[in-house]
Write a protein of this length. Structure first.
Length: 247
């Protein structure tokens, strides 16, 4: 009877009063603490790994940017160097071409050409007039011909300049100026171009010529008109000139 009572008492004893219950509780608590520490360590480790990977990626990105910039600078330098080489090659080719194309000149031809160009800078010349001037300077016929042929002058423009030069020094009629240019060695075509384009007012030229005559000698009105006509002025131009000076 007493044994049964002990068994019943043992069965009815609360579970939290049993020793093995507390062993299990303590084991579970320590287990949870351990797992929590492991999780934190794992999370810290993961975060550290992620940060390290991020830093490595940033460094790799910076390295790639630096590499790209270096490559770009090298490409620019190579392009500039290549452009300079091309320019140098082109200049050398041009120099060679000019050297090849330049005719072989004698000393006399070179000096005659230089002299011809210097004359044209001072005054206007016809082809014939410049040739004769170079001959007068002592150049041979061959040297003078070479110089006049290669001086680059436009003979019509030279005739125009010569016509204007004459009109700056004295009055001329159309016919008189044409004859003077032909006397200077210009062809009829060149002289005509010069007279047609010199811009002279031939009636005003007649008036100036009439005054020049009266400044050196006496004329009757009719005699002065005849003298102007002899100079190449038309009757209309001569009468205008005499009337313009008050005669």
């Amino acid at each position: 009877m007493s044994k049964k009572n002990e068994i019943v008492d043992g069965a009815k004893k609360p579970i939290f009063k049993k020793w093995w219950f507390w062993v299990i509780v303590v084991a579970l608590v320590f287990g949870r603490c351990g797992n929590s520490g492991d999780d934190k360590d794992t999370q810290i480790s993961d975060n550290t790994s992620k940060n390290t990977e991020s830093q490595m990626e940033d460094k790799n990105s910076e390295s790639q940017v630096v590499d790209k910039n270096s490559e770009s600078q090298m490409e620019d330098e190579n392009s500039e160097s290549q452009a300079a080489d091309n320019n140098s090659s082109n200049q050398n080719a041009t120099d060679k071409e000019e050297s090849t194309n330049e005719p072989s000149l004698t000393m006399g031809q070179r000096n005659a050409l230089k002299k011809a160009k210097s004359y044209l800078q001072i005054m206007a010349f016809s082809y014939k007039g410049l040739f004769e001037q170079l001959k007068y300077e002592g150049f041979t016929t061959e040297e003078a011909t070479f110089a006049v042929d290669n001086c680059g002058a436009d003979w019509k423009k030279q005739a125009l300049e010569k016509a204007k030069d004459y009109l700056d020094t004295m009055p001329f009629s159309y016919k008189g100026l044409l004859g003077q240019l032909e006397y200077e060695g210009f062809t009829n075509e060149e002289a005509t171009y010069g007279v047609d384009n010199c811009g002279a007012n031939w009636k005003e030229q007649a008036a100036k010529k009439a005054q020049d005559y009266l400044d050196i000698m006496s004329f009757s009105r009719e005699g002065l008109i005849e003298q102007l006509e002899y100079e190449g002025f038309t009757t209309e131009e001569a009468e205008y000139g005499v009337t313009a000076i008050g005669y």
